[in-house]
Design a protein around this ligand. Structure first.
Ligand code: GAP
Length: 624
């Protein structure tokens, strides 16, 4: 069941975001459009700061990563090669009654948030399956009629409950689970239909799930024909793979190296939800980090080093295999999140199990953030929702693009050719056997191939792979940290939001709403306030201070209202510093305080006198 407190918190955050200009519903004056959001003045600054911080961290501060800015619409074969045309789909059900489309794998997550489920919980305890038929019939005739008009319990309570009673009385079976309980309430003609999953919106019957491709389609050029069909990219990654060779050749990079890109992605999500968390248009920050296949590393360095789980493995080493690089990037990304204010305890990790892995991945760790709407464990602790996935994609993508484009995408290393020639035949045989065994297992598990077909296909792959290695050539493997900008912005806002009671000098208490953004990502860094707006000398000095700061950081100048109100307004915007210019600044109390201002810290609310000439020295280091 959704925690009311957390729902309330989300409502406050959504309301603040609109009121203060962080996030607006797209096309709001026309009633909005589901799954699309706009960023207002403060939101667009915050988003820009997040992207800049990522770019600095991933691209500028590293010797081994370069950037790319590719188009949203690409050659349609890219999406055939990547597998998106055939497999990028979610299971979709339709409600036979209200006709709403629902993501079938999210029904059980959505139910606890629905008004009819919450109302039903007041008359029966689903967890212990204790219910009183009379109370349920009463509910069905009143609240149920309004909230879930198409639920079988509402349409035909006696018959529906008779099936549930029969099932509950069947001592040979396990007790009724919460899922089965709701299915029973949605099932009227048990022998004909079997158990039915209820529509979260109206309680009606959902159709069996069918795959729904999430890519938005359009046409390039004036003719709307199949040949001209194009897709809005559902991830930025594929452009990096398609341009990998050009980037390597033009920037003289060789594995291990990475290509980073920030840009829009589009997914026609069946049920966009949780505010901006699952949108139809969003931005991604993706790094494709290209490494040698482990066999090449072994040939060059005599071994393939792994690193222990947990903790940062330190600086990259030449003999690292994919496991070490994967762990390294998980920890690098956590370090990044910490550097912009998300402490490790606000994050969580989900190591994907083999049946959860995408078709291209050999391992994925999701980095989670504990959003107010996140699921909880049995102890009531927030579990978190995916902020970023760090996937080990092997050479899946480059293999596919090579196959579909017919262009070789291999890397050549002369040192590898020489090292390979020195390997003993036993070492090569051992590597080949391991390769064939792994590929056979994956083909059986992931592609559902028969053992014989899988082994044939693995042997054919081994042929090409080892022949290339002998010539010093290979297709790079990929580690991919892929983060969503919008999810991160929402996480930063949720993390920063705080309410506290403050008492002024006169003993009056009030609630202060403050966004405790890390200074690096705060939309506005400094508020500049002349004590009074009708004193030209104060205003002139304040403008001088504003000009000084503005060439280095974002500044908000505010001369309206009592100074306390102005502080509160900036607290709500998350501005870490306030600078007040008063009569002391003008030297009215003597030279000692002349050209000093009050510097207020947003979090502690402490104020101190600082020389104007020292302001930048105080503020700038905190933005790095
Ligand atoms: N290239 C790999 C890839 O796209 P993904 O897990 O599908 O992997 C990566 O997406 C990240 O993009 C997610 O962790 C999330 O932060 C963001 N993302 C994905 N779908 C989203 C959506 N509908 N709305 C907002 N962000 C989304």
């Amino acid at each position: 069941m959704a925690e009311p407190k957390q729902t309330e918190l989300m409502e406050k955050i959504v309301s603040l975001c609109k009121r203060r200009g962080f996030i607006f519903q797209s096309s709001e004056i026309y009633g909005g459009i589901n799954g699309f959001w706009d960023y207002g003045p403060l939101g667009s600054e915050l988003k820009r700061n997040v992207k800049d911080a990522w770019w600095r961290d991933i691209v500028h501060h590293r010797e081994d990563v370069v950037g790319l800015d590719a188009t949203i619409i690409m050659h349609p074969t890219v999406w055939k090669a990547s597998g998106h045309v055939d497999t990028f789909s979610d299971p979709m059900s339709t409600c036979r009654h209200c006709k709403k489309l629902i993501r079938a794998d999210q029904v059980w997550e959505m139910l606890p948030g629905q008004a009819w489920v919450q109302s039903l919980a007041e008359v029966c305890d689903v967890a212990t399956q204790s219910f009183d038929s009379q109370k349920l019939i009463h509910w069905a005739g009143r609240k149920g009629k309004n909230l879930a008009p198409n639920l079988a319990l509402v349409r035909n309570p006696e018959v529906t409950l008779s099936w549930l009673a029969e099932r509950s009385a069947d001592s040979a079976k396990e007790p009724v689970s919460a899922t089965e309980f709701y299915q029973h309430l949605a099932t009227e003609q048990m022998p004909v239909t079997g158990l039915i999953t209820p529509c979260p919106y109206c309680g009606g019957e959902l159709t069996p799930p069918r795959p729904f491709n999430l890519m938005f389609e359009s046409w390039a050029g004036p003719v709307q024909s199949d040949e001209n069909k194009v897709f809005l990219r559902p991830e930025t990654a594929q452009a990096i793979f398609a341009q990998c060779k050009n980037v390597m050749d033009s920037s003289r990079q060789r594995p291990p190296f990475g290509i980073g890109q920030i840009g829009k992605a589009f997914r026609n999500e069946i049920t966009p939800r949780n505010y901006t968390f699952r949108s139809r248009e969003f931005e991604q920050m993706e790094l494709e980090y290209f490494i040698r296949p482990d066999e090449a590393t072994r040939a060059l360095f005599g071994e393939v080093a792994t690193v222990p789980d947990g903790g940062h493995p330190g600086d990259p080493q030449p003999n690292w295999g994919w496991q070490a690089w994967h762990r390294y990037w998980v920890e690098e990304r956590v370090r990044f999140y910490e550097s912009i204010g998300l402490s490790r305890d606000t994050l969580g990790f989900h190591v994907q199990q083999p049946d959860e892995l995408a078709h291209y991945a050999r391992a994925t760790v999701d980095i989670l953030f504990k959003f107010p709407f996140s699921k909880r464990d049995e102890q009531g602790e927030l579990l978190g929702e995916e902020l970023e996935g760090v996937a080990a994609r092997g050479d899946f993508d480059l293999t596919q693009h090579e196959k579909f484009s017919g262009k070789p995408l291999t890397v050549f290393e002369d040192e590898l050719r020489s090292a390979w020639a020195l390997l003993s035949p036993d070492t090569v045989t051992e590597m080949r056997d391991d390769f064939i065994e792994t590929k056979t297992r994956v083909a059986i598990e992931k592609k559902g191939m028969s053992a014989a077909d899988a082994a044939d296909s693995a042997r054919a792959e081994a042929e090409v792979f080892f022949e290339r290695l002998g010539k010093g050539q290979y297709l790079p493997h990929v580690i991919e940290p892929s983060a969503g900008v919008d999810r991160l912005v929402l996480a930063l806002i949720a993390n920063a939001y705080a309410e506290e009671t403050v008492t002024d000098d006169k003993g009056k208490s009030e609630t202060r709403v403050v966004l405790r953004f890390h200074p690096r990502i705060a939309p506005v860094k400094v508020g500049v306030f002349p004590l009074l707006k009708n004193k030209p000398e104060l205003v002139a000095k304040a403008m001088e201070v504003r000009a000084l700061l503005q060439s280095h950081v974002t500044v908000f100048y505010d001369d309206t209202g009592a100074i306390g109100r102005r502080y509160r307004r900036q607290d709500e915007a998350g501005t870490p510093f306030g600078v007040t210019i008063d009569f002391d600044t003008l030297g009215e109390k003597g030279d000692e305080l002349k050209d000093t201002v009050t510097l207020r810290d947003r979090d502690s609310m402490k104020q101190e006198r600082v020389k104007i000439s020292e302001l930048l020295g105080r503020i700038l280091p905190l933005m790095q």
